[in-house]
Design a protein around this ligand. Sequence first.
Ligand SMILES: [Zn+2]
Length: 240
Amino acid sequence: MIEVKPATPLQDTVELRRQIISTCLFLRDRLGYFIGTWGNISVRVEDGLLLTPSRMAYHELRPEDLVVVSWGSAVVKGHRLPTSEMALHHALMLERPGFGALIHAHSPYASVVASAHRSIPVIVDDMAEVIGGEVRCSRYVSAGRHKEMAQAARETIGKEACAVLLGNHGVVAGGRNLEEALVAVQFVEKAAVILIQAESLGGAVPIPEPLWREERHRYLYKYGRPEDMRGVITDGTGTG
Ligand SMILES: [Zn+2]
C-alpha cells in the first residue's frame, strides 16, 4: 500500500473560507458539478471540519456562513446548519487521515456510473496519479439516512483511492488540500466519461496494478522534483 502522510489541519481563516466559496462557484458555474444547492465541501481545520452550510445558494455565501464542526459532531463555530451531508465528510475524513479536503458533487457522468453501481478501474494515467486506485461504488442509501450513508461510503472507499461513488447519488473526491480535491473530482468525472465511451470500443483496458502503483508513487513523491527528470535532462556535463 502506498502511504499518504496525514494531512496537517489548516488554520480557519477568512482567506480559506473565501477559497471554499469560490471553489463552490467554480463547481456550479464552470463545471456544472454542483446543481442548485446540491454539492458540498469540507476542509480539515484545527478545530475539526470547516463545512459549507445546508441549503444556501452558493452565490449568497459569505465567509461567516461556513460552519466548523468538531470531531465530536458539535458546531463549534458558525450560526448556520452545516451541510446535511456532514456525516459523510466526517466519516471519510476519519477513515482517511491523508485527506485535507473533500468535495461531494452530483457530477453527471460519475452519477451515471454510480447509478449503474459500477466501479471505475484505473483506466487512465491521470487517475493513477491523482486518484490512486479503483473508485468503488457504495450501495444506495437515501441521503436523509445520514449516518447510514456515511458508513456505506466509509466501508466502500478503501484505504487508497481518493474517491468513492455513492450508489444512485454522486461522488466524493478528496485530496491533500482543496486544490487537489478539485482536480480529483474532475479526474473522476473524466474517467467516468472514458469508461462509458470506451464501452463502444469493447471496453476500457485497466492499467496493470504494479504500473498504476508506480505512477501513483511518482506523483506523490517525485513529481515536480529534479529526481523525476533524472536521466531525461542532462546535467550540463553530458553525463546525463
Ligand atoms: Zn449529495
